[in-house]
Design a protein around this ligand. Structure first.
Ligand SMILES: C[S@@+](CC[C@H](N)C(=O)[O-])C[C@H]1O[C@@H](n2cnc3c(N)ncnc32)[C@H](O)[C@@H]1O
Length: 258
C-alpha cells in the first residue's frame, strides 16, 4: 500500500493524465500484475510470442514503436533492443521503476503521449482532437509498430471523465469514447512499417458455477477484422475483484494489422 502511494505521488504526469485516473490505474496494474503474476503469465507469453514472430519476419529492423508500453510485461524488450537500432516506448504514464530500468538501455527513448489525442480537447485547451502520432507518421525508418494491450484502455477514462463532467460532456460528441478506439486504429494504419495489434476485446464475468454473470464489449462496437489468434486472459481470478466472481478478457492478436 505504501509503495503504491509513493508511486502515485512520484510518477511524473500531465494534470489531465492524472485527472483521467491513468496514474492510479498504472500503479494499480503494477500491483495487480505482481499479485497475479502466475495467472497472467500465459497472456504475456503469447503476446511476446506474436511480437517475436513479427520481428523475425521483418526484412529491416531500424526503429520500433511500442504504443501503451506501460510496464512492458507483454513486450520482449531484450529482443527489441538487440534487433533494432532504436526502440520508442510511448505511453501517457511511465512509472519510476520503468524510467530507472530504461536508463541502462541506450537504444530506448521514452515518449509521454496521450494516445487518445483528446485530453487537450476535454480540458478546453484545444478545439478538437490532436493527432497524437502526427510527427511519427512521416518517419520512413519505422519498421515495426506494436499496439500493446492499449486499445481497450483508451475509452473508459474518457467515459468516466465525461460522466463526472456533464456540462462539458454536453458540448462534446456522445460517441467520443468509441471514437478514441476508432481513431487509434486509424493512427495505426497511418504509421509506417508492420503493425502488430494486441488487445483485449471482450470482458466476461463468471460465478463459481461457471455461469456468465456479465459480458462487456471492450471495443465499444468498433469493427475489427477477425484476429489471427485469440486467447483468454484471467484479468481478475476469483478473490481479486470479488470472492465469487472472476473476470476473463478475450484477447485478439493481429500479426499484420494494416
Ligand atoms: C493494460 S496496460 C498495458 C501496459 C503494457 N503493455 C504491459 O502489458 O505492461 C495499458 C497501457 O495503456 C496506457 N494508456 C492508457 N490510456 C492511454 C492514453 N490515453 N495515452 C497513452 N497511453 C495510455 C496505460 O498507461 C497503460 O500503460
Amino acid at each position: 500500500m505504501l509503495a503504491e502511494l509513493l508511486l502515485r505521488l512520484t510518477t511524473p504526469a500531465a494534470p489531465m493524465t492524472r485527472q483521467l485516473g491513468l496514474v492510479g490505474e498504472s500503479v494499480a496494474l503494477w500491483a495487480r500484475g505482481n499479485r497475479q503474476r502466475q495467472a497472467w503469465a500465459e497472456h504475456h507469453k503469447r503476446c511476446r510470442a506474436v511480437i517475436t514472430q513479427a520481428v523475425a519476419e521483418l526484412p529491416r529492423r531500424r526503429r520500433v514503436i511500442v504504443l501503451g508500453s506501460g510496464l512492458l510485461r507483454d513486450i520482449p524488450l531484450d529482443l527489441l533492443c538487440k534487433r533494432f537500432e532504436q526502440v520508442l516506448l510511448v505511453d501517457a504514464v511511465h512509472l519510476p521503476q520503468i524510467r530507472l530500468r530504461m536508463c541502462f538501455r541506450p537504444k530506448v527513448t521514452l515518449l509521454n503521449r496521450d494516445l487518445t489525442g483528446v485530453m487537450g480537447w476535454l480540458a478546453e485547451e484545444e478545439k478538437g482532437r490532436i493527432e497524437p502520432l502526427a510527427d511519427l507518421t512521416a518517419d520512413p525508418a519505422i519498421d515495426l509498430v506494436i499496439s500493446a494491450n492499449l486499445m481497450s484502455q483508451l475509452a473508459w477514462p474518457v467515459e468516466d471523465w465525461l460522466d463526472d463532467h456533464p456540462t462539458r460532456a454536453a458540448r462534446l460528441p456522445k460517441e467520443l469514447p468509441a471514437q478514441c478506439i476508432a481513431w487509434h486504429l486509424a493512427d495505426l494504419r497511418r504509421l509506417g512499417g508492420r503493425v502488430v495489434l494486441l488487445s483485449d476485446v471482450e470482458m466476461i464475468e463468471r460465478d463459481r458455477t461457471g455461469a456468465h454473470t456479465d459480458r462487456f464489449d471492450l471495443t465499444r462496437g468498433v469493427t475489427l477484422p477477425p484476429p489471427d489468434e485469440s486467447w483468454d486472459w484471467p484479468v481478475a481470478p476469483f478473490g481479486e475483484a470479488g470472492r465469487d466472481r472472476e473476470s476473463i478478457h478475450r484477447v485478439g492478436a493481429w500479426r499484420n494489422f494494416r
